[in-house]
Design a protein around this ligand. Structure first.
Ligand SMILES: Nc1ncnc2c1ncn2[C@@H]1O[C@H](COP(=O)(O)OP(=O)(O)OP(=O)(O)O)[C@@H](O)[C@H]1O
Ligand SMILES: [Mg+2]
Length: 322
């Protein structure tokens, strides 16, 4: 096994809110290995974005971040704004759901990519302009030379997302975090964007963390899956195991709610995710879990090996196979 390029240990994020402290991420561990495509899946509010915004140093001042995030030998938790600025876009990049928010409407596409290149290197303006066009070509923009001279509003949604990917990979980061990069796009374009991300990963050896609530998307592109619920990783396994022998009741619920060929009715997970201002004691999923027992409320379950998974459910062993 390689050394992880990104190693998250006991990461905890607490927001101070008018209603009291909100613990959005409650001690997660996560390893990302060089060149691998890892998924982070979970319902809205489970702490997916906050975990990686914490790693990027992009949370507002109301957030307190504890634990450790090591990226290629750098500790990012508590790092100076200067170190974080030099790391963002160079070693660690993040792309978001809404490509427009990442682009400046008044600057030409090519200029925005060149600027990204020059922010982290001593590249000449001319060299950066040439490289910007190459990058547009890599992400599949036709006539990249002409397109580089256009403005974001002249691009379609899918093309803008390609541009954002080009910017994110401009400095060949070790890790690319893609936070729901396809949710704002229609299905065909979604598939194309995933393909671009996969191609970039293969071509540059970039490790990719794909954040999504859609296990269907994950199935197509990821090797490893981390399932999050209420600020915890509740199951971690390779993609085959997640689909064929899931161990956590929440993972099983997610699978049952996936559209499948031949199955007419989807079964959504009943109930709602907990209020993170006041989460239930013990396992946070127990309030929605048909297998919950009294012991589930007594302590927060840790990830433990079971079959080919790591799972955080004290009843998983007896439930598997049922
Ligand atoms: N700036 C903030 N201040 C206070 N609470 C916040 C802030 N940002 C996020 N939260 C809370 O932290 C929790 C986790 O949010 P997060 O954005 O990580 O969810 P997510 O898993 O990315 O969900 P989604 O799938 O909807 O993007 C939520 O309860 C959210 O309300
Ligand atoms: Mg999110």
């Amino acid at each position: 096994m390689t050394t992880p390029v990104l190693q998250i240990r006991d990461l905890k994020v607490t927001f101070s809110t008018p209603l009291g402290p909100l613990v959005a991420v409650r001690g997660i561990d996560l390893d990302v290995h060089p060149g691998e495509m890892t998924a982070v899946v979970g319902e809205s509010g489970s702490g997916k974005s906050v975990s990686f915004l914490a790693a990027m140093g992009l949370l507002p001042r109301t957030a307190t971040v504890e634990g450790s995030v090591m990226l290629d030998g750098h500790q990012l938790v508590g790092a100076s704004p200067k170190l974080l600025r030099s790391i963002r876009g160079r070693l660690l990049s993040m792309i978001f759901q809404d490509p427009l928010s990442a682009l400046n409407p008044v600057h030409r596409i090519g200029a925005q990519i060149s600027e990204m290149l020059r922010a982290h290197s001593s590249m000449s303006e001319r060299a950066a302009r040439i490289r910007a066009v190459e990058l547009l070509e890599i992400v599949g923009i036709p006539q990249p030379g002409d397109r580089a001279l256009q403005y974001p509003h002249e691009f379609s949604g899918g093309m803008r997302q390609r541009v954002v990917i080009a910017m994110a990979i401009a400095n060949s980061p070790k890790v690319l975090i893609a936070d729901e990069p396809t949710t704002a796009l229609d299905v065909t374009v979604q598939a194309q964007i995933l393909e671009v991300i996969q191609r970039v990963q293969a071509q540059f050896g970039t490790a990719v963390v794909l954040i999504t609530h859609d296990l269907g998307v994950v199935a197509r592109v990821c090797e490893r899956v981390n399932v999050m619920y209420a600020g915890r990783v509740v199951e971690r396994a390779d993609i085959g195991t997640i689909f064929d022998e899931p161990t956590h009741p929440y993972t099983r619920g997610l699978l049952a709610s996936l559209p499948q060929a031949g199955v007419e009715r989807l079964v959504p997970i009943a109930g709602f995710p907990p209020n993170m201002l006041n989460p239930p004691t013990g396992c946070a999923f127990r309030t929605r879990c048909e297998h919950a027992a009294e012991a589930c409320g007594q302590r927060l379950p840790e990830l433990e090996p079971l079959g080919n998974s790591m799972t955080a459910c004290i009843r998983a062993k007896e439930l598997v196979g049922r």
